[in-house]
Design a protein around this ligand. Sequence first.
Ligand code: PCA
Length: 214
Amino acid sequence: MRIIVFGFEKFGGLSSNPSQLVVEELAREDQAALGCQLITCVLPTEYAASVEKINRLISENNPSIVLGLGVASSRQTVCLERFALNIDDAVVKDNAGFVRVGEEIEPGGPEALITLIDLPSILKSLTDQDIPATISNHAGTYVCNHVYYQVLRKLQVENTKTGCVFVHLPGVGGQTTVGINSENRWGIPDLVKAIKLVITGLVKLQDSENGRGN
Ligand code: PCA
């Protein structure tokens, strides 16, 4: 089983992006222990280039699952995102200098797309280990939502079996971005542990779908 895990480069005044650091840690993990092959990548925090890069990687590797990670510094928990909205609406520039306010991602496309992954089951993998986590119904309206929408849309249009889920990570202690000071207690090792649980939860789900579950 192959899983693509992507994160994003730093943006908007962040000194680093926890999603990038987590992806870089995962690339060093023992993949056999996770029960899958991981393909990791860090996307530019740019509306256009990020989608180009991830779509190419998906087409080249035909993964079972695409797991997206991004930081949302105002969140206190690991957030499993249920929906992507067909809207870009952020005053913050992307890293290529583009600002998109109130613009549809795909003109005339579905207003929202929902992940087909069983989020309550993934949530349980986290909360069973006392990791603060929630299901979120709003992935924002900046680059993460943009990429989530475009990937879900690609998979829908191509009618593939590949699943996709996006996870917003809370900011790590002390980091500041676009006016939000994240004073919570998360560190990178906590986030790596959480995402490894998400991955093993996804592998378990996939195995039971394929009739190999216990
Ligand atoms: N977070 C931003 C974009 C990149 C990232 O890590 C977002 O939530 O849209």
